[in-house]
Design a protein around this ligand. Sequence first.
Ligand code: KIV
Ligand code: ZN
Length: 390
Amino acid sequence: MSNKKIAIFDTTLRDGEQSPGCSMYLEEKISMARQLEKLGVDVIEAGFPFASDGDFRSVVAVADECRNTTIAALCRTVVSDIESAAKALKTAKRGRIHTFIATSDIHLQYKLKKTRDEVIEMASKAVAAARECVDEVEFSAEDATRSDVDFLCQVFSAAVDAGATILNVPDTVGYTLPNEYAELVRTVKERVVGNKDVAISVHCHNDLGLAVANSLAAIEAGATQVECTINGVGERAGNASLEELVMAMAVRADKMPWSNSIDTTQLYPTSQLLSSIVSFGVQPNKAIVGRNAFAHEAGVHQHGVLSNPLCYEIMTPESVGVPKNSLVLGKHSGRHALISRYEALGFKLDDSEIASIYPRFIALADRKKNVYDQDLLALAPAGSQTAVAA
Ligand code: KIV
Ligand code: ZN
């Protein structure tokens, strides 16, 4: 691998949490944050403290809990927001203020009702105020990919002059294409960053299904931080999926020789933990963590995989933490098989919990041909998962 280290910035608890069906209670956010730390992410964006008391408390709690990871708090380029973010991060071992303002004309005209000069001034003041409180300040130009590139570079330059240490180039509406996004990142690198010690970050939404491809193209062009979420949750069609990005880098290291700090065997347990918390699971054919991601139905495929998994598998299930378990769960399965599958999924269930789940499991198995991990998650009591490695 080359020396180019890609920082993994997880925003499941912020961008992810603000999407429909994904809101989480404090305890759930804390257990998710613990698991993200175990997964090895570099940054956890824990919330938007000014937005609500709940978000404020979550940032404080996650900062107290996760001492080996940078904790980021989001805020607008507004003094009250910055004060709130700084207060929430007070006890963080390593805190980062992430401040944003839109830069596209459409947002300036219809949402912010601000001139370009006003936006530059707000960005500059906010970054300077944030730098008074913390050493790491990330500045995001919301809707960067639909912004006038000269203006975008002007705003970014003002943010760097005011002390920003990371510049984020969000594709807020999932509109850009890989080559176009790469070109934009190259432009920002050449015209704004030069040889300054400022990192470029990318943040892609998946409205056209291109979030992962766009993020990888941007890294190739010079970005060194990628913002993403578990299971790709996030606003509308979601954010770039962490597990897809990381496994693309791992499987195609020949073309993308970059390193990162993720323990890939924690990908599936982390995905399962999130599915057990939010109100929906992942689609069966979701890359890396979907239940069909390593399933082979067609006879010719089964024959190939049995002869040598490399025929149809470009990575092993074990490498992403999918539990190895040849037992098929159905209506004839006993309690031991059920307990063992729950353990593989990271659940420690006591006797009374098993006594309550087992008859419901049998009833379900009676109705369905196969019982999947997703079904078991739905039957398990909330909070019983410890997300142990599979
Ligand atoms: O999508 C977006 O532009 C964002 C910013 C706040 C970074 O989420
Ligand atoms: Zn976003």
